[in-house]
Design a protein around this ligand. Structure first.
Ligand SMILES: N[C@@H](CCC(=O)N[C@@H](CS)C(=O)NCC(=O)O)C(=O)O
Length: 197
């Protein structure tokens, strides 16, 4: 899966100015520590705070937001909070699934169908950005961090499949958002180098 899923946690902690140590995991040879702290999914990221593990990146983001109140990732209003959770989940269930999983793993007709689905899903994100700089509004929020992988990986996916998925003319807001997100992360020195898939 996308390595930058783990970067969600790093981005959130850096945004909040929380100091932390990172332990990198060789996923081809999972450590006893990972199996101990995430025995159900056996996946990264895992956040260990006060000796207690928290698993699943979106759950970790909410934990971070509730534990360190500065620079809130979720809005105050319950409906706005629900909407943010909805789009973060949509990002994983739909955009990540179609763009990273289906497009890269399927063959022939199924790949073409996955590309169509990806573009349909990206249109919802474009719509959601109307009138906003970030999904969170004027500042980065939970949805921006949850979708941050897109800013770093979409062009690698495009190169592999030889199809442009996010064209400037079709997705001007999304393109602008990806630039803003990357710049904001670089300025906080939490940027993610483009990675191999
Ligand atoms: N839903 C999980 C997905 C985490 C995930 O897929 N992690 C990948 C690396 S980015 C992993 O640990 N893969 C190892 C495996 O699947 O065995 C989350 O959001 O935390």
């Amino acid at each position: 899966m996308v390595k930058s899923i783990s970067f969600r946690v790093i981005w959130a902690l850096k945004l909040k100015g929380v100091e932390f140590d990172s332990v990198y995991e060789d996923l081809s040879n999972k450590s006893p520590l990972l199996l101990q702290y995430n025995p159900v999914h056996k996946k990264v990221p895992v956040l260990l705070h006060n000796g207690k593990p928290i698993c699943e990146s979106l759950v970790i983001l909410e934990y971070v937001d509730e534990t360190w109140k500065q620079f809130p990732l979720l809005p105050q209003d319950p409906h706005e909070r629900a909407k943010a959770r909805f789009w973060a989940k949509f990002g994983d269930d739909k955009v990540l699934q179609t763009m990273r999983m289906d497009v890269l793993s399927k063959q022939g007709k199924e790949t073409r169908e996955a590309i169509v689905s990806t573009i349909e899903n990206l249109k919802y994100l474009e719509e959601e950005l109307k009138g906003k700089k970030f999904f969170g509004g004027e500042t980065i929020g939970l949805v921006d961090i949850a979708l941050g992988w897109l800013a770093y990986h979409f062009n690698a996916v495009e190169e592999i499949i030889g199809v442009k998925l996010i064209e400037q003319q079709k997705f001007p807001l999304l393109v602008a958002w990806m630039q803003e997100f990357s710049i904001s992360q670089q300025s906080k020195r939490v940027g993610l180098q483009r990675q191999t898939l």
